[in-house]
Design a protein. Structure first.
Length: 275
């Protein structure tokens, strides 16, 4: 399945380690069915991806193939082969049908000690293997939007500069996930999200090779949020609130309504965020 270079909206779901193997495959079957029946996904207006566990990736990718949705991985190693016990390379992810890979998530940084250099190397590995990195950025503590933008810009620049030093670049999905909102009862406020994402997006568009890159929001995101957000926010990166396929369907429908409101019915192509 070829993905649109510039979809109007992006919706991604990470299953983290919540589902076992059988439940993951049941979920992907349900997502494949809803994607195949959803007009906005079929037109390419909404780019939809699911990130299961490594062990479920090949079967998940096969189930989603041809539906309008695609699969990816929640992590990647920075080398493509070698004596790295327990790691999974971008080469293997791509071979198994993965199209995306999540890098830089706050949990990887906090629990496994991944720093900016590691995130940059993993971003480079994604580019090298033809994968779209879902680069997670976000400030650890709640503060002003200006402070959040500065923190996220530094994380983006660190990752992309490290990749560029290896001669690698490509399309990037930046997931703005304020760490203080991850796992919280409520997301950040729509006004705050909009201001931060607009600042991140403005910076991202100045960087070489990032014209097709977009910024989405994650951090306790779920149904009812997308239609409250500034149009600079390209979509949502979802966790537990989309683990029910019916909730994901609601989010896709809300995203479709938002596109029609701002860009006209039957978008079928990407539009720049309004000023």
């Amino acid at each position: 399945m070829s993905l649109p270079a510039k979809p109007a909206a992006i919706v991604g779901v990470s299953l983290k380690m919540y589902f076992g193997h059988a439940r993951t495959l049941d979920y992907c079957r349900a997502v494949a069915a809803l994607a195949a029946a959803h007009p906005a996904v079929q037109r390419g207006d909404i780019e939809l991806f699911i990130l299961p566990s490594f062990t479920a990736l090949p079967e998940s990718a096969a189930l989603l193939a041809g539906s309008g949705a695609a699969a990816g991985a929640q992590d990647i190693f920075w080398e493509d082969e070698g004596a790295y016990t327990g790691e999974v390379s971008g080469t293997t992810i791509a071979e198994l049908g993965g199209r995306y890979v999540e890098v830089g998530h706050a949990e990887r940084r906090r629990i496994f000690g991944e720093d900016d250099d590691v995130v940059g190397l993993k971003t480079a590995a994604a580019y090298r293997n033809g994968l779209v990195p879902v680069l997670c950025v976000g400030e650890p503590q709640q503060g002003s939007a200006v402070q959040a933008i500065a923190h996220c810009v530094r994380e983006i620049d660190s990752a992309l500069t490290r990749a560029a030093s290896l001669g690698l670049a490509g399309r990037t999905i930046v997931a703005y996930e304020p760490q203080w909102a991850i796992g919280a009862a409520e997301p950040a406020t729509p006004a705050f999200i909009g201001e931060v994402v607009r600042g991140i997006d403005a910076h991202l568009q100045t960087l070489p090779g990032q014209a097709a890159s977009r910024v989405i929001y994650g951090g306790s995101a779920g149904p009812g949020l997308i239609d409250q957000l500034d149009t600079a926010v390209a979509g949502l990166f979802l966790g537990r609130f989309a683990h029910d396929p019916q909730a994901l369907t609601a989010i896709l429908d809300e995203t479709t309504e938002r596109l029609a409101l701002h860009f006209g019915a039957g978008v079928a192509s990407w539009a720049q965020p309004s000023a």
